[in-house]
Design a protein around this ligand. Sequence first.
Ligand code: AHR
Length: 548
Amino acid sequence: MSSTRTRRTFLAELGKSGAALAATPWLGRIGYAAARTGPARAVLNQARYRSELDRRLLGAFLEHLGRAIYTGVYEPGSPLADASGFRTDVIGQVKELNVPIMRYPGGNFVSGYNWLDGVGPKDKRPTVLERAWNSLETNQFGTNEFIDWCKLVNTEPLLGFNLGTGTPEMAVAYVEYCNLDKGTRWSDLRRSHGYEQPHGVRYWCLGNEMDGPWQMGHMTAREYGRKARDTARQIRVIDRDLQLIACGSSNTILPTYLVWDREVLEECYDQVDGISLHNYYGNTPELTGNSSARYLAMNLDMERQILEIAAVCDYVQGLRKSQKRLWLSFDEWNVWYRARTGAHMDGKRAFAPRLLEEVYNLEDALLVGGFLNSLLRQSERVRVGCLAQIVNVIAPLMTSDTAVLRQSIFYPYLWALQYARGRVLDLAVESETYPISADGLQADFARDDQVPYIDVVATLDPQNGQAALLMLNRDLQAERELVIEWRDPTPTRVLACQTLTGADLKAFNTFEQPDLVAPRALDAPAASARMTFKLPRQSYTVAHLATR
Ligand code: AHR
């Protein structure tokens, strides 16, 4: 090297090429190859699939928080309520979504919850100060009401234990109350409350976000791991086949990320079935530099988190020489950043205060589509997933006294629930990419990377031969073509094709203008072995196809 300047330039370029090389394997791990120019391409073959889809991947979450339960789900006295006090308009929407599993009762709420307060005669239930959100909790809605509501909306309950202020003994009593037939203290108590048949709850969360300093009863990973182990062991006496989910890291930001998961699993690997992941995303100066292009790539951050937590599970499996492979439960995920400070977080000792009422715009909906694609792509490992939450609190649905509103994020979620069925195919995708830069961003979201303009997943249901394509076009400037090459089978008919798009990424729905961000029909190519979709700029599109 003849001069220092040349040497510096050389080293800088070496650094850049290192980043480019590092980016390529990341794309490879999610089934992508970068194409230089031209249309994106995906090759499909039914013999190559990633997973048999467990629809629990597409669940949701209902917490005693703000207006989620009270005035969201339960509002006796409202003209919209049924005889039990449940909002019928909300029931209608949740039923239409066809949500497979619903996590309850929290969230941070669960870590201070005494489930006994919420069962039995309503006039005997105490009003308490709820300490996670500083709100008044009347306990007029509790476990039995939740189970009744689940039946009405046709969803499976996923219940959580209080492992914060609560004891293993009361957690086990909760299982006994819910699931044992009769002849014991807690099962007979349920019967005395008018529920003769056991609820038969199969999936349970061993606490919530116990790694978080904000959590009631927060403890170290080792302490939590032992408490979870003790609780799980006692529960197995009642039913050894229940599916138990340990608390994993509640985001990627805490300094304990991954270490927490390893230490917890070193304590309780043999007793649990899955581990939880949580994360919330936003278009903020710290996370994205307010860049919508970077924002729409955040589902790849979710995917990286999944791969990292899976690696920790596999590490502990190896350490323990265990036969058992844990699955992941991404049981809180969504966009959440505007209603996340000050008054949005403090209930000020009010009943059903307006908390976490995030208003979702078009770009949020596109990213939610991306998250759904990522979850589907990783569905071989992620068995359970919960969009957080379902109504009023960071939710696809919002209620007023007289109506329920579909927020923008409702639509990608609806499409995944309606159309993603059967097997998630293992696609070979090529797409032109755009660069994203780490400069100035918060460490865990800072990436020098290449992001495919097109993000696509496909499912095929072997029962009825119907296929679904879920396609995100991250290009903010131009329509992009996606060529789908069907090796086997060949589509025979397009059953539906719809897109969510618009000129204004920041547009959102209101009760006055409920359809500002809503799907519209998209011209689909004729069904054949090679189909070219023209995806509008900044759009999320679904195509539903018959192959028989
Ligand atoms: O979903 C809102 C809150 O986010 C939950 O209560 C908590 O688990 C998470 O931090």
